[in-house]
Design a protein around this ligand. Structure first.
Ligand code: S3P
Length: 437
């Protein structure tokens, strides 16, 4: 581990106060580039997330021959329709990004050329069978070179046909991969999910001229569609905001105003969880931007109590469980998280990572097969590692702001995956981090 990859986070000496805006939503940024790349015409994307995962998506489409230029947080994609995608001259590197690899699999399965998708060690360890199985049913020729349905993946483009697919997992990546395959295949594709996963694909495709129907947990799409260019304004990322909301809740004397955050109901589980714990969070100026609900959030430090979280709420808060677990460690009473087995196949095994690190920081925590039991009461200082997982790193950094002593966190470089400016903002708001000398 490089020394510069380690940070000391000291307890905040006063409340976290400020007025902030955050980078664009990661999930929406991925989709905006992908849809623009297969659309005809120049699409302008504003407030694009600058994180490593989104950079992987831009690079992937550049490798496929699409002209994409980025100026600050504005991205211009010069789409030439489906035919604008060309056989890549090299392996497409999806980096750490599951969304890039899974959605691209659906998109490339129906293109008339071969491609190979790879990623870093974390992405190579993640399950790809969940997209390979339905895509094969649609006629795709997709092979796992890594074995056991793991990347690298080799895709020989085929002409695809529609299917009815009942997904065993609630996964927006699986759903979106199938919809992107269905969009270019023959006939009708229907995807059913056990619980509705985030619906950014369904909301954004119509803006690019795509037609689909949503009925409860089922999405239906017809094949043979062409998309046209569009202008997209990406809302602020609630998953990034959640770290600052969590920090403001547990550092006494805090008051934070966060502007322009995406409040899609398939994503707002974290707000409901925090509010059920007793958090003071108010939504102000609700509005709609490019088919997505957006609002400002006012959060104040609060006395929190432990709660039980499970079921569909978990799906709507899946990426926020790391910060929820940290906040729960500062609540009164016990928090029980169940039905979160999907966390075992994220960028790290997040249940194991959270149980290990919170224990090292003095929490009473136990790991369930599908969740965590966390006794509140606060955290001590200590030395912990991020498991090279951006959301674990940021959640533990927030823990450091409210712990009784400093936390030395190893492996902070990974925050670049979703939130390159995270530590700059923490510093601006608190002045309490410094590199480990
Ligand atoms: C995402 C979907 C979710 C989420 C991930 C981003 C997306 O994953 O956890 O961070 O952009 O579609 P699953 O599709 O595996 O649920």
């Amino acid at each position: 581990m490089r020394m510069t990859d380690t940070l000391v986070i000291s307890p905040a000496s006063s409340g976290i106060r400020g007025d902030m805006t955050l980078p664009g939503d990661k999930s929406i940024s991925h989709r905006a580039v992908m849809f623009a790349a297969i659309a005809r015409g120049d699409s302008h994307i504003h407030n694009f997330s600058g994180g490593g995962d989104n950079r992987s998506t831009i690079r992937a489409f550049q490798t496929l021959g699409v002209e994409i230029t980025q100026t600050g947080t504005d991205v211009l994609v010069k789409g030439r329709g489906w035919e604008g995608l060309h056989a890549p001259g090299e392996t497409i590197d999806c980096g750490n990004s599951g969304t890039t690899m899974r959605l691209l699999s659906g998109l490339l399965a129906g293109r008339p050329f071969a491609s190979r998708l790879d990623g870093d060690a974390s992405l190579r360890s993640r399950p790809m069978g969940r997209v390979m199985a339905p895509l094969r049913e649609m006629g795709a020729d997709i092979l796992s070179e890594g074995g056991e349905n793991r990347a690298p993946l080799r895709i020989n483009g085929q002409s695809l046909h529609g299917i009815l697919y009942q997904s065993p997992v609630a996964s927006a990546q699986v759903k979106s991969a199938i919809l992107l395959a269905g969009l270019q295949g023959r006939g009708i594709t229907r995807v059913q999910e056990p619980v509705r996963s985030r619906d950014h694909t369904e909301r954004m495709l119509p803006a690019f001229g795509g037609r689909l129907q949503v009925s409860g947990t089922e999405v239906t799409i017809a094949g043979g569609q062409e998309l046209h260019a569009c202008e997209v304004e990406v809302p602020g990322d609630l998953s990034s905001a959640a770290f600052f909301l969590g920090a403001a809740l547990i550092v006494p004397g805090s008051e934070l105003y966060v502007r322009g955050i995406g409040l899609n109901p398939t994503r707002t589980g974290v707000l409901e969880v925090f509010q059920a714990m007793g958090a003071s969070i108010t939504i102000l100026h609700p509005r709609e931007v490019c088919g997505e609900p957006v609002g400002d959030l006012l959060v104040r430090s609060s006395i929190l109590r432990g709660i039980e979280i499970e079921g569909e709420l978990i799906v709507r808060a899946i990426d926020e469980v790391p910060i929820i677990a940290v906040v729960a460690a500062f609540a009164r009473g016990t928090t029980v998280i169940r039905g979160a087995q999907e966390l075992r196949v994220k960028e790290s095994d997040r249940l194991h990572a959270l149980a290990t690190t919170l224990l090292a920081l003095g929490a009473r925590v136990s790991e369930l097969p599908d969740g965590l039991v966390i006794e509140g009461g606060g955290l001590q200082g200590g030395r912990v590692q991020s498991f090279d997982d951006h959301r674990i790193a940021m959640a533990l950094s927030v823990a450091g702001l409210a712990a009784t002593d400093k936390i030395v966190l190893e492996g902070i470089a990974c925050v670049d995956i979703s939130f390159p400016g995270f530590y700059g903002l923490v510093r601006d708001l608190t002045g309490t981090t410094r590199p480990d000398p």
